[in-house]
Design a protein. Structure first.
Length: 147
């Protein structure tokens, strides 16, 4: 156990603490001493016990205000985290939807390409048949003219 010697309100005190916590205890005591002296200067000498009580109340008030702010920030952080998760979910849904649309567009593109190729073959056949018919008609007409 470590020991810390402090002076509070003009009196010496020896306090014990865990090893390695001496510096932290000294910092806390400096802050309490400052609050106590501040109140003593502002309120006058009301008596040590009353000033100690008011100091303790003031410190607890600051503690509770800080605790409320921390709780509020935790709630804000939790809300932001939930909104982020929701946004992340929406992004993944959007991505999946777009991937499905791209897949369908690729299918439609493939179908259209096949349809064009089939129609091109039909068109070529139609032109070939029409050419044959015209040739046949011209040949018949020429034969009829000769005869």
């Amino acid at each position: 156990m470590g020991n810390v010697s402090i002076k509070f309100n003009g009196k010496e005190f020896l306090l014990s603490c865990e090893d390695g916590q001496e510096e932290h205890l000294e910092e806390l005591l400096i802050q309490i001493n400052q609050k106590f002296n501040e109140l003593k200067n502002n309120l006058g000498n009301l008596g040590e016990n009353k000033l100690l009580l008011i100091t303790a109340i003031k410190v607890m008030d600051e503690y509770h205000e800080t605790k409320k702010k921390v709780e509020q920030k935790k709630n804000e952080l939790r809300d932001l985290s939930n909104k982020f998760k929701e946004l992340k979910s929406l992004v993944y849904e959007y991505k999946d939807k777009k991937e499905q649309e791209i897949y369908k567009l690729n299918e439609n593109h493939y179908d259209l390409k096949n349809s064009i190729e089939i129609n091109q073959k039909h068109y070529e056949k139609l032109i070939e048949d029409a050419t044959d018919e015209i040739t046949s008609f011209v040949d018949k007409a020429n034969l009829e003219k000769i005869s």
